[in-house]
Design a protein around this ligand. Structure first.
Ligand SMILES: Cc1cc2nc3c(=O)[nH]c(=O)nc-3n(C[C@H](O)[C@H](O)[C@H](O)COP(=O)(O)O)c2cc1C
Length: 383
């Protein structure tokens, strides 16, 4: 990029050129390891933003390999995002011992009877095949303590906790020269996280893809800024171009954490079917459902949302519900039922019309933000 200048405190804190982070995104749908793979991280960091690896779908060993691969491909700073449980000492919800892979059909036998029967009923009614897939029990989400240690040993420049409060690791991370980032969807949690000593807080509004809260970005940003002061806030949820970034900066944020827009890039880790759904989507093309992980999660709308809503069942606690969604999604994909398949994505899908290189997305966002703040705003607003 010819030298555009758009700097905030975030650039100084992280040693980057532009105040844009590509969000840490884990698996978007059955079949990929992550929505934010090494290629995306390297492309964004090389272009002057900060790429964040979506580490939640990797095994602990794969996480270390991916971090080292990033280091071999760029000397620019980068981040790693993991999903942490509420209590790190209790580990992931599914235990830390036993085999590293188990057949999903075996795990299905362990869920409550009503849920199991519902899965069988749907399979019977829709004539779905038995698709055997192996469920990995050694992912970073199942083994969070070891995974955090990998990040600390590897001195990852920015550690991001997609779920959970990373306050417990701040001292150790700082001793390695790392920064620590937490993510919130409401003001109460923003204060709790800020008080725990983190360096940066992402406030993600309801519009956002993946796990998401109830508060829209427009209200959440000022509320989170007030609650987290003096910890600086980065905006997320619905930011897809320079208009979104300019608005976030105007509200007092120091940058943006951008998910869906970077997912729909050449380097984004989503399946092609998922990228296609994003670019074809209108602004009403996504819905929040507990069908996938048991937590409220936004994905491209598909008929699986309706099936689950009609089940009358309570979702199983995160991440156990994934046993149900994985079983059915594997069968939907295998039998070509595309209407029942859609990956994680945000409302911003409605303003994304093209899959392009990540560096281009970043460059256009920077250029448009500068144009708005420098030229368009003074033309529109007279004071
Ligand atoms: C496919 C996908 C996977 C995601 N996985 C994670 C994750 O593993 N960890 C996390 O912190 N956030 C995850 N998120 C949320 C993003 O980090 C980010 O907060 C969100 O995408 C921002 O909203 P936007 O999609 O409107 O840009 C995911 C989002 C998407 C779209």
């Amino acid at each position: 990029m010819s030298k555009l200048r758009l700097r905030t405190k975030l650039c100084d804190m992280l040693g980057i050129e532009y105040p844009i982070l590509s969000a840490g995104m884990g698996p978007t749908l059955l079949g990929e390891k992550t929505g934010a793979p090494v290629e995306l991280v390297v492309a964004v960091s090389e272009a002057g933003g900060m790429g964040v690896l979506g580490g939640s779908g990797f095994t602990v060993d794969e996480l270390r390999v991916a971090i080292r691969e990033i280091k071999s491909l760029t000397d620019k700073p980068f981040g790693v995002d993991l999903l942490l449980p509420k209590n790190i000492d209790l580990g992931g919800a599914m235990g830390q011992q036993g085999p590293e892979e188990v057949p999903l059909s075996e795990v299905l036998k362990m869920i409550p009877e009503a849920h199991r029967e519902w899965v069988q009923k749907i399979k019977g009614e829709m004539d779905l095949p038995d698709v055997e897939i192996m469920m990995r029990t050694n992912t970073t989400t199942m083994r969070p303590k070891e995974s955090v240690q990998v990040c600390i040993e590897e001195k990852v420049p920015l550690f991001c906790a997609g779920l959970g409060n990373p306050g417990f690791m701040v001292d150790e991370a700082h001793a390695q020269g790392m920064k620590v980032l937490g993510i919130t969807g409401n003001a109460k949690n923003a204060k709790r996280m800020a008080d725990s000593g983190i360096d940066l807080l992402v406030a993600q509004g309801h519009e956002g893809g993946g796990h998401t809260g109830r508060i829209g970005t427009m209200v959440l940003l000022p509320a989170a800024i007030d609650a987290a002061t003096p910890v600086p806030v980065i905006a997320a949820g619905g930011i897809g171009d320079g208009r979104g970034l300019a608005a976030a900066l105007t509200m007092g944020c120091i940058g943006a954490w951008v998910g869906t827009r970077f997912l729909a890039t050449d380097e984004g880790g989503a399946l092609d079917i998922n990228k296609k759904k994003i670019v074809q989507s209108s602004d009403e093309g996504t819905r929040v459902s507990t069908a996938y992980t048991g937590k409220t999660l936004r994905a491209s709308y598909n008929k699986y949302h309706d099936l689950w809503a009609g089940s009358g069942l309570e979702p199983l606690p995160f991440p156990t519900q994934i046993v149900i969604s994985s079983t059915l999604l594997a069968a939907f994909i295998d039998s070509g039922k595309e209407d029942f398949v859609g990956g994680l994505a945000g409302q911003v899908s409605g303003i994304i019309h093209e899959v392009k290189p990540a560096a281009q997305v970043l460059e256009e966002m920077v250029a448009e933000t500068i144009d708005i703040l420098k030229n368009k705003l003074p033309e529109t607003v007279k004071m």
